[in-house]
Design a binder for this molecule. Sequence first.
Ligand code: HEM
Length: 457
Amino acid sequence: MPPPGSVIPSPIQVVRLVRDPIRFFEDRRRRYGPVFRAPVFRIGWFSRPKEVFVATAELAERIYATDAGGGRAGETRRDFMAPAVGEHSLLSLDHEPWQRHRKLLTPPLRAKAIAGYRDEIDRIAAQNISQWPVGRPFALRDRMQEITLEVIMRLVFGITDTQRLDQLRPLLPTLADPGGPYTLMLMPTAARDRILGSRLLRRIRFLPTTRFLAARDAVDTLLYEEIARRRSEPQENTTDVLSRLLAARDDNGRPMTDQELRDELITMLEAGHETTATGLAWTFERLLRNPPVLEKLRAELDTGQETYLDAVIKEGLRTRPVVYSALRLLDAPLQLGGYTVPAGWAVGPAIPLIHHDPVAFPEPHEFRPERFFGDGAAAANKSWMPFGGGRRYCVGAQLALLEMRVIIRQILNQMDLTAEDTEPELPQIRHVTLVPSRLATVTARLRATTTAGTQDQ
Ligand code: HEM
């Protein structure tokens, strides 16, 4: 028997999901139990495969286990990612091509490989924070995006030339902006491809698709130039991700092609820029509403330790997971909690539900980093999955965590933040992520012990 789900037409369900995603998932679990059907992602507009979500870590493990052969994560993302990331993206590949790319991308993004990025991330963050307005509210997530974008351009793309950085900076967000790909995401693939391919429509400047294509062309030109330049003048001792990918060889001794490199650079931008910025925004949204935790964190950071900081980051990503699911398209039927999910259906963890499972996380709605220490830590760690799981586990997780550690430390070093409105910000859907409804609005004041920052009142 396939899992149960609502008979309400899917467009109405999608409206409910968008209006209040957490309530939507909680409601489904209450009505149907830990395995349920719900239309959430757009995969095949007209022949939409059924989507099934699970609410416990044990059931999620069964889904991740399909990565060994029977579950295709890439295909669930291919349609909506293709216009930006192209055909050679780790996000949307499956089978052997995915394995080849995964083996090439994993080493440059390992914790050891990126450990040396700390100082540069710190410099980027310090510089950005010193420009923040003081004494008036602003959206923290926007500033976090500026910082994570800079990290991608300098440490992932390895661009150092100021002129090139200035050219790329305004272009890159358009590739991930709702005005661009999001409009495209919502269209049936055939219609979207017709629109993107239409010369006539490209002449209409105000169309989001025209803006998107113009930005994509300009970014591609800059990236292909950069790749060509680096191939012709290889630098010694460069540690950025692109340099390492240029030097990498697959099992057959083949290097990555220019197009593969371009697609993977954009993939890392798409997957790693907004997500990390949102994770940072949520961490502060939670910290500012839990002053004792913030106080304890400050006290620890002043001693130079980072153990509690790591637990704060984990707890932030637990209570407010940035990505709410990671689907697999099934090649073969899968048994889940007494139901049989047929081949051809998509299955994924409902991450917000798993992260609020009271068995793994007692009093799940409390922001309590201590749960990752001591007695309950094993259960908490097993059910913690903000970066997905299985073989498709986020390849950029270590970079994201390093960025979060360094940026949070630098913010707390320079600023005292307050939230004018102490009501929690609610999670809202944006692409495949959940962002704070007011983008983590805060007011910054210079911390008494520092002198950095500009007065802007
Ligand atoms: C807080 C920040 C981040 C979060 C919450 C996050 C979350 C995720 C999740 C949930 C997945 C899907 C995993 C699955 O299917 O099981 C994923 C995949 C991926 N992420 Fe991240 N991510 C973050 C940052 C990054 C960064 C910084 C990069 C790269 C620089 C990155 C690159 C990728 C890529 C390429 C994949 C596809 C992996 C594959 O299919 O093999 N992510 N991420």
